[in-house]
Design a protein around this ligand. Structure first.
Ligand SMILES: C[S@@+](CC[C@H](N)C(=O)[O-])C[C@H]1O[C@@H](n2cnc3c(N)ncnc32)[C@H](O)[C@@H]1O
Length: 309
């Protein structure tokens, strides 16, 4: 299967596309007109593949980034009778359907967002310190960096695994006493000077940018709320699949899935098969070596699946 889509001169590769289709196939067994909700529509790579693969499938695509609208309208033109777009936070999923057979989350930012320096997600290019997935949101990265206290900044970076969190926070506070911090390159200058490089792989700004992005977009709270809401919508046999990319996301997905699939029957009640929980977790999958070779974004990905019994 072709994993690369060229649209509007833009190259996009959807992570674990084949695995997503196989998981969906299992969820659509015996369903005449299945419903999928793509909670992170992005450049619609997964949605397009699903619409092509399953003839009677309808898809509701949700994304908080309105800028994708013209691209996906063009890309999914042929499928307009089976596809609707909702510009919202995925935690609002219950507004858009009463039930679903397959619900997909492909977390984080899209390459379309990262590759546009104006959006401020990338430490590889100079741009404004923005990082809002929804450009109408109030909080941006510039405000966090210039307003949060030393303690707040240190805690934020440390929670995201930055070992030099205190040094980065201290240098941010010193820098902003002289000049407001407005660009990604100013922040990279600060992380370069704060994070020792010895023996380390990766960029000095990697964890700091990730921490800011998560904070700006309230990603972890959104995710936890959305998973509980989505689980309530699954039809029997339906599946909820999440592609996560780092440990903070993975911890939430594992915790919520464990909670939902836990045996909640009191010990005194005799067990009847499948009656003690309405969900089971399937085995998590990782991308193939081949996919990782072709798409560095897939390197840290896992897909985790919860099935409604
Ligand atoms: C990794 S991309 C999805 C790529 C997509 N699966 C594809 O194949 O083209 C993630 C998308 O989810 C969106 N997103 C992230 N968090 C969201 C949230 N809380 N609510 C709605 N959309 C969100 C981002 O704006 C981004 O467009």
């Amino acid at each position: 299967m072709d994993r690369t889509t060229k649209d509007n001169n833009y190259t996009h590769i959807s992570v674990m596309k084949n695995e997503v289709l196989e998981i969906a196939r299992g969820a659509f067994e015996n369903k005449v007109n299945p419903i999928m909700v793509d909670c992170t529509l992005g450049f619609a790579g997964h949605t397009l593949a699903a619409l092509q693969e399953f003839n009677n499938l309808s898809v509701i695509g949700i994304d908080r980034d309105l800028e994708i609208k013209p691209f996906i309208e063009k890309k999914l033109e042929t499928y307009s009778n089976r596809f609707t777009f909702q510009n919202d936070d995925f935690s609002q999923i219950e507004k858009y359907t009463k039930n679903a057979d397959f619900i997909l989350f492909d977390l984080g930012v899209s390459s379309m967002q990262i590759d546009n320096p104006e959006r401020g997600f990338s430490y590889m290019a100079d741009g404004a310190l923005d990082m809002r997935m929804n450009r109408n949101a109030n909080l941006d990265a510039k405000e966090i960096v210039n307003v949060y206290s030393f303690d707040q900044l240190r805690a934020l970076f440390a929670e995201n695994g930055e070992k030099s969190a205190a040094a980065v926070a201290k240098n941010i506070v010193e820098f902003r006493e002289k000049n407001e911090i407005t660009s990604t390159s100013q922040l990279v200058q600060i992380t370069d000077q704060s994070v020792p490089r010895f023996g380390k792989t990766g960029h000095s700004a990697k964890r700091v940018f990730q921490a800011l992005r998560i904070e700006v977009n309230d990603e972890l709270t959104q995710l936890e709320n959305a998973l509980y809401s989505a689980s309530k919508l699954l039809n029997p046999g339906g599946r909820l699949a999440v592609i996560d990319y780092h440990s903070l996301e993975a911890e939430i997905v594992k915790r919520v899935f464990r909670d939902l699939s836990a045996d909640k029957t009191p010990k005194s009640v005799p067990k009847i098969e499948n009656s003690d929980s309405s969900f089971k977790m399937l085995k998590a999958l990782k991308p193939t070596d081949d996919e990782i070779k072709n798409n560095s974004r897939a390197k840290s990905a896992h897909i985790r699946v919860l099935e409604r019994l």
